[in-house]
Write a protein that binds this ligand. Structure first.
Ligand SMILES: Cc1cc2nc3c(=O)[nH]c(=O)nc-3n(C[C@H](O)[C@H](O)[C@H](O)COP(=O)(O)OP(=O)(O)OC[C@H]3O[C@@H](n4cnc5c(N)ncnc54)[C@H](O)[C@@H]3O)c2cc1C
Length: 430
């Protein structure tokens, strides 16, 4: 790197973390080159073509607490593609709606007015949230979320209607094995946060338009280069920088923003990273399955998302924005549904949807997309790597790096932004 030029940064992986890092660095005037192995950007939050309709690889949901994701979309000019709604939980025999009152009144009023809970259930929920608040949502030791609920004497019905759906949706890990600390972080920043933090954000376009396509256009117009179908096979250290094998290019700094399961291979051959690679190899994964349904006419949902049962039951989403008559049903985490043949799964979920909405219009088409490594299993005390690696100039970004959040879009964007800011700060301090 010569003179006053800012270091050139190569970013390996064009998921939301890599894109957030690239936009932040390009904004600060760094030359960036992003390499994405696939033919398109987006990673685990991407769009794809389904018989002429753009759908998402998996139905995603965001929350008002996703501050950095919202800031990124504001930067890219795509915020108008988001529909913001007050939180409403609807499952068979249960309804929780948070009114437009200042926090924490909105939660108290919502719980008091909730349908399907007894007074004892409601009081237990209030006591639980108070107890967590008193301890700053910090636990002395991380334990399974199910055990935390037991310690706080949470009634079964409350767990089934409220806590389990939140845990499974946010952590994508069953209650019995999910990290209670990360569950507390989620509660702190959503239900116990400012009123708007608990809002539900629905993307009213495919995920590609929301961030990946917009980021690609933005980067290209801000001097960045984006290489698609550019798989990086490994890295080598050279004087003052790195060589990227595969595209065979050089960079002063490198951010590895690939899926964490790919990192051990990418780190191979870099002295000092053996322990890091070894720990990442120990990660376990959780799946997410999405059933896309196309009906002859649009479905009428009472709210854009609807639980098809309690506990870890799937959720249905109205997606008429992508095509009239489109709906998505999402099943988070492991469970018996994974052993059903696609046809049987479709019939089962159609039955559940019919139970909630009444007679359904004719079904024109359907498709199941199963992402086997959708997220890391968010278990108690899980070690998560820092953005910095033992190799100077080499960084990690992604939903798995150390942070408060489970594997989510917000976790990925936060990580990408933080990683870019580290590089910018180091450069300014140099
Ligand atoms: C089906 C599904 C549903 C989800 N639902 C939600 C939700 O409702 N709300 C929410 O907040 N989160 C949700 N998530 C999680 C969220 O999508 C992820 O946390 C987030 O997208 C991770 O982004 P990332 O950039 O960290 O990683 P990734 O998206 O995995 O990006 C990594 C990128 O690196 C590329 N790559 C890998 N190896 C190489 C290489 N050698 N060279 C070049 N490129 C490489 C990959 O192709 C990929 O594009 C869901 C995930 C899935 C799969």
């Amino acid at each position: 790197m010569a003179g006053r030029l800012k270091p050139a940064v190569a970013i390996v992986g064009g998921g939301w973390a890599g894109l957030a890092a690239a936009v932040t660095l390009a904004d600060a005037g760094h030359p960036i080159a992003l390499h994405e192995a696939a033919r398109q950007l987006g990673g685990r939050a991407r769009s794809l073509d389904w018989n002429g309709i753009r759908i998402d690889n998996g139905q995603h949901l965001m929350a008002g607490a996703y501050e950095q994701t919202l800031a990124l979309m504001r930067r890219l000019g795509t915020l108008p593609l988001i529909e913001r709604r007050q939180l409403e939980f609807l499952s068979p025999g249960f309804r929780l709606k948070l009114p437009r009152l200042p926090a924490p009144l909105h939660l108290a009023a919502g719980l008091i007015a909730a349908r399907g809970l007894t007074l004892a259930d409601k009081l237990a929920a209030v006591h639980f949230m108070h107890a967590l608040k008193r301890q700053g949502f910090l636990l002395p030791n991380d334990i399974p979320a199910g055990q935390l609920l037991e310690l706080h004497a949470q009634p079964d019905r409350l767990i089934e209607c409220l806590w389990q759906p939140i845990c499974v949706a946010a952590l994508n890990t069953p209650l019995a094995t999910a990290s209670a600390q990360v569950f507390c972080n989620v509660l702190r920043d959503s239900l116990a946060g400012p009123r708007a933090a608990s809002d539900m954000l629905f993307n009213r376009s495919d995920l590609g338009r929301l961030v990946p396509d917009a980021a690609q256009a933005w980067l290209r117009s801000h001097g960045g280069t984006v290489h698609l179908s550019s798989k990086v096979a490994g890295l080598g250290q050279e004087a003052g920088g790195f060589r990227l094998h595969g595209p065979d290019t050089q960079a002063d700094r490198v951010i590895l923003a690939s899926h964490p399961s790919r990192l051990p291979d990418l780190l191979a051959g870099l002295p000092g990273t053996e322990a890091l690679a070894g720990k990442l190899r120990g990660y376990a994964w959780q799946p997410i399955l999405t059933l896309w349904l196309r009906f002859a006419t649009p479905l009428r949902f009472p709210y854009p998302m609807l639980a098809l049962g309690r506990g870890d039951a799937p959720w249905a989403f109205e997606r008429n924005d992508l095509a009239p008559g489109l709906a998505a049903i999402v099943a988070s985490a492991e469970g018996p549904h994974l052993h059903l043949a696609p046809e049987a799964l479709k019939d089962r979920y159609l039955g559940l949807l019919g139970d909630r909405l009444g007679p359904l219009p004719p079904l024109l088409d359907w498709q199941v997309i199963a992402e086997k490594r959708a997220t890391f299993a968010c278990t108690p005390g899980l070690w998560r790597p820092d953005n910095r690696t033992p190799v100077p100039g080499l960084y990690l970004a992604g939903d798995h790096t150390a942070g408060d959040y489970p594997a989510t879009l917000e976790g990925a964007v936060r990580s990408g932004v933080k990683c870019a800011q580290l590089i910018i700060a180091e450069e300014q301090g140099a």
